[in-house]
Design a protein around this ligand. Structure first.
Ligand code: HEM
Ligand code: HEM
Ligand code: SF4
Ligand code: SF4
Length: 254
């Protein structure tokens, strides 16, 4: 089927050079129902929070004016609305901007829709407010987002820490990753409690199976990528200069 689709093309909405990816079938006579099947990318909110009403209203528009099929969210971000015809593009765009208070995202050689992890809104590991900077950069770079002027696509992504939940390293050109300014801190009493089994490792995740008693040497010290940790006589030491702030020890013993 792929061989019968043309990707890209010149459809779009007035004033924008991106956000709509035109797709045409090369056998419109045989398959009139999918002669055109354009994709619309819709800017997702920072942290991807929605109200049920927003989702319902969005799907009402898309069932009326498009295929009703979505990709939520695209691997690279955005609410991806799959499949509509050229006359419906302006109609959907009008509803998105006037009724839904949202906007198209990026596509082609422009700034792509910036995206972020949910950051301080729910995650205690967040070292900065990812949602705030994502929102700010989206507004600041509106022109670059909607009017392709680059030789190739360009992406910002914002991760609150090096766990990289939004995959900023793998999936963006300019990746923002939160870290701490001071030395990594150790609560020796808590470490003892992890070793003694009073606090479950990994915040209790993966607890559905019996993995045996927690082994700090095997599960933390030996896996530290820079080998900068030592556990001796009930005391954990970290050579801060060598720590690359990878988050592993913090994930296991939050
Ligand atoms: C009806 C046919 C098609 C559908 C439904 C479709 C669907 C999609 C979707 C949903 C994405 C975005 C994925 C995401 O952001 O997670 C995407 C991206 C992409 N597709 Fe397709 N596709 C179609 C045809 C094609 C064809 C024919 C080609 C190439 C010959 C193609 C090449 C690509 C490329 C290169 C991207 C990445 C674009 C970018 O981010 O710059 N697609 N497609
Ligand atoms: C050196 C060659 C290539 C580079 C550098 C490249 C780069 C990329 C990048 C950066 C993305 C976006 C990924 C993301 O945001 O998560 C992407 C997506 C995609 N690329 Fe490529 N690509 C290459 C070759 C190809 C080829 C040869 C094909 C198809 C024959 C292809 C098809 C796609 C498709 C379908 C997607 C959308 C996947 C998705 O987001 O779900 N790419 N590519
Ligand atoms: S990247 Fe870090 S701060 Fe953001 S959600 Fe993931 S663990 Fe939390
Ligand atoms: S954050 Fe990573 S590099 Fe730093 S001490 Fe912990 S495991 Fe080692």
């Amino acid at each position: 089927a792929l061989g019968h689709w043309k990707h890209g093309g010149i459809v779009g909405v007035f004033g924008y050079g991106g956000g709509v990816i035109g797709r045409y079938c090369d056998q419109p006579e045989t398959f009139p129902g999918v002669a055109a099947f354009h994709t619309m990318r819709v800017n997702q909110p920072s942290g991807k929070y929605y109200t049920t009403k927003f989702l319902k209203d969005l799907m009402d528009i898309w069932e009326l004016r498009g295929s009703g099929l979505t990709n939520f969210h695209g691997a690279t971000g955005d609410i991806v609305l799959l499949g509509t015809t050229t006359p419906q593009l302006e109609e959907v765009f009008y509803d998105l901007t006037h009724k839904m208070d949202t906007d198209l995202g990026g596509s082609g050689s422009n700034l792509r829709t910036p995206s972020c992890c949910l950051g301080t809104s729910r995650c205690e590991f967040a070292c900065f407010d990812t949602q705030a900077i994502c929102h700010h950069m989206t507004n600041f770079y509106q022109d670059e987002l909607h009017r392709p002027a680059f030789p190739y696509k360009f992406k910002f992504k914002f991760d609150g820490c090096s766990n990289c939940c939004v995959a900023s390293i793998a999936r963006s050109d300019l990746s923002f990753i939160g870290t701490w300014r001071d030395d990594i801190r150790i609560d020796q009493e808590a470490v003892k409690a992890y070793v003694g089994g009073e606090i479950p490792p990994n915040a209790g995740a993966h607890a559905g199976r019996d993995w045996g008693p927690f082994d700090i040497q095997k599960e933390v010290i030996d896996i530290c990528p820079t080998n900068c940790m030592r556990y001796e006589n009930g005391k954990l030491e970290i050579n801060t200069k060598e720590c690359t702030r990878c988050m592993h020890c913090i994930n296991v013993m939050p």
